[in-house]
Design a protein around this ligand. Sequence first.
Ligand code: WQD
Length: 322
Amino acid sequence: MKILVVGGAGYIGSHFVLEASRAGHNVVVFDDLSSGFKNNIDTEIDFFEGSTLSNKNLSEVMSSSSFDVAVYLAAYKAAGESMSDPVKYASNNIIGGLNFLKACVEYSVKKVIFSSSAAVYGNPLYSPIDELHSLSPINFYGYTKKVIEENLKWYSNLKNIRYASLRYFNAAGYDSDKKSLNKENNPQNLIPLVMEVAEGSRELLQVYGNDYSTLDGTGVRDYIHVTDLAQGHLASIDYLFQNDNNLTINLGTGRGHSVFEIIKMTEAISNRKINFKVSKRRAGDPDVVIASSEKAKQLINWSPSNSDLSNIIDSTWEIYNR
Ligand code: WQD
């Protein structure tokens, strides 16, 4: 299959590109390199440098080939940052996302994979969260994902697009063959920040609150290995080609780990001390976010096999300890 991967040089995108190439697909990457790296992808893969904020750039890549499916992973993903800089997120995630959909319509790309987020749910009313949970984002990042999900529904009805909306929980880990080697640029998520403390490039970790309703008081999240995420995308593509349906599924493990557990596991694996300081809660942070991925299991026969916390931390430390 001919697959366009928008945002394919980024952390999650490059892991998808790897798995798609391993599965024998013909992949073209489009990326503005604002947070991705060209050397995250194999030199044999066609690469277009361009921005989703430029309709001209999108036209250039879309007209370069006839794509069976387009995968959109070009959004910013830091929930905390989205609360302090919403304009950055509205511009890239909403305007860029809508430009991408416009290009899909114009160039008749009828199948779309959208990287959505657990952040669309907001504060969980029950746990684990399934796909029937109401959508009330409590951070602006989650709102941007909800907007694109809503547009996808309309485009499906009005323009005959079929889409898979994949609600990622907390993406983490690195390819086991070390085919994606770049640390994230200016990371905002917990695990890369803990790694920076372990490698010595960051003095300490701010733990955003220890008074949450969790066992140790720190926030609990469902960490899913990027290779499992990437495989979920491939299975979703197969689903779209085998069924005349859209697909909205969670991709998570059903298990939660606290901030302190991440710190302890990283200390054990790296044999380094993680200095931290408990500071006040970050805006827009729920206590516990854990996925039910039963729907993904049933519909696309997907279950995560790389997402043990030890494997996630170990594969990440291998990159930071190089
Ligand atoms: C995890 C936990 C923080 C940083 C992310 C993405 C979002 C979505 C889901 C895909 C929280 C705590 C963090 C730090 C800390 N995924 N923390 N100190 O907010 O759960 O959301 O995953 O779309 O894109 O942003 O992830 O890694 O920022 O936080 O104490 O310096 O770590 O409070 O409990 P989050 P995160």
